[in-house]
Structure formats: structure tokens, C-alpha cells
Design a binder for this molecule. Structure first.
Ligand SMILES: [Fe+2]
Ligand SMILES: [Fe+2]
Length: 197
């Protein structure tokens, strides 16, 4: 399927507000891809499709996943707000013919995970740093980090998510915690290597 065809479908399905967010992520993904030397076409496709099932009922997402033979683990069932990352990833492959690495970036965009590829890191970060996010003051350090290091930005984003979800009293997906711990350790290791040089 071409970019224009996918664009029309996504635009036709999503609410205006959500589609504006998606366009913000597309622009941010292209910008960060140029800065970090990541494939621009893949970055913008993952961005366009990342929230394609976000407005589906949870049951419709579960139905589609079970039709594809995918069993949703308990941790994800406890955090329905992140289910659209998995269902969006499966849909991207199945319906829109997205390549594997694009689908992987969609799958991890809401929680992150350990040892992400640059494309996964980029979509995880761009989802939050896109210009339409309204908590601008809180986001400016994250936006600055995203231009320097996607690993550092992912670590900070996971930390912010832990704080925000705890405040809201919502269940935290274990992958968010794992993302934070993993990238915190990576950054510490990088720092200690730099110190000894
Ligand atoms: Fe999302
Ligand atoms: Fe999003």
C-alpha cells in the first residue's frame, strides 16, 4: 500500500484531535531521523501507523489479536491503555504491509522495552516530544535530550511515565519499568567509560 493510501485510511478513521497528534509524530519522527541518521521512510511510516487502533474498543483489539493467534499477556491486560501498541503493530503488518522493524517500533511505542533498535527508540520518544503535546514546560528537557541521545531521552521518558502513572493511580506496565532500569544502567556505563578515558 502506498503512503497516500495509508494516509487517507488513517485520516478517515481517527478523530481530528488524534490525527493532529499523529501528524505531529510524523513530523517529529522525520526530524529526529535526520538528526540521528535513521531511515526516514521507515520512521514516518511507523509514526503514521503508531496509533491506528488507539480509538478501537478494547474488545475489538482483543478480537483482532485472537484472530491472528496472538495471546495477550496479563500485564498488558492490566494496562488497557497500552494495548493499542500491540494491536496497532499487528494491524500495520497485516493490513498495511509494514515491514517487521516498523511494526516493532509501533509495538513498543507506549511502554518501551529493553535493548530497543534506533527506530524503536525514535518512535517511543517522538510520540511524546511531538510539538502538539501540551505540557510544554515539562517536556522541554526531554526535547533537548532527544536531539542529543535517543537512549537518554528514552530513559527520561520512562521515568516521567512512571511518575505520571503513579500519580494517576494507574497500573504501570512492567516494560516501562524495565525500559527505565535498562537505559539508566546503559547511561551509567557510558558515563563511567567516558570518565576513565
Ligand atoms: Fe499510542
Ligand atoms: Fe501516540
Amino acid at each position: 500500500m502506498t503512503w497516500d493510501e495509508i494516509f487517507r485510511i488513517v485520516k478517515g478513521e481517527l478523530s481530528e484531535r488524534r490525527f493532529r497528534h499523529v501528524l505531529g509524530v510524523v513530523g517529529e519522527a522525520e526530524r529526529l531521523a535526520a538528526i540521528h541518521g535513521i531511515d526516514r521512510e521507515k520512521a514516518r511510516l511507523a509514526a503514521l501507523l503508531h496509533d491506528s487502533t488507539k480509538e478501537w474498543e478494547i474488545n475489538s483489539q482483543l478480537k483482532m489479536l485472537s484472530e491472528c493467534g496472538i495471546i495477550v499477556d496479563n500485564d498488558t491486560l492490566q494496562c488497557p491503555q497500552v494495548l493499542h501498541a500491540l494491536s496497532g503493530s499487528v494491524r500495520a503488518k497485516r493490513e498495511f504491509g509494514a515491514p517487521f522493524d516498523v511494526a516493532e517500533a509501533i509495538r513498543t511505542h507506549a511502554t518501551g522495552e529493553e535493548n530497543m533498535t534506533p527506530l524503536q527508540l525514535l518512535i517511543y520518544v517522538a510520540d511524546l516530544t511531538e510539538p502538539g503535546r501540551d505540557f510544554a514546560r515539562e517536556l522541554s528537557p526531554l526535547r533537548a535530550l532527544a536531539e542529543k541521545s535517543l537512549e537518554a531521552a528514552a530513559c527520561e521518558e520512562a521515568r516521567m511515565t512512571l511518575v505520571r502513572e503513579t500519580k494517576k493511580g494507574r497500573a504501570i506496565h512492567p516494560d516501562t519499568r524495565k525500559t527505565y532500569e535498562y537505559y539508566k544502567n546503559i547511561l551509567q556505563e557510558m558515563r563511567s567509560i567516558n570518565d576513565t578515558e
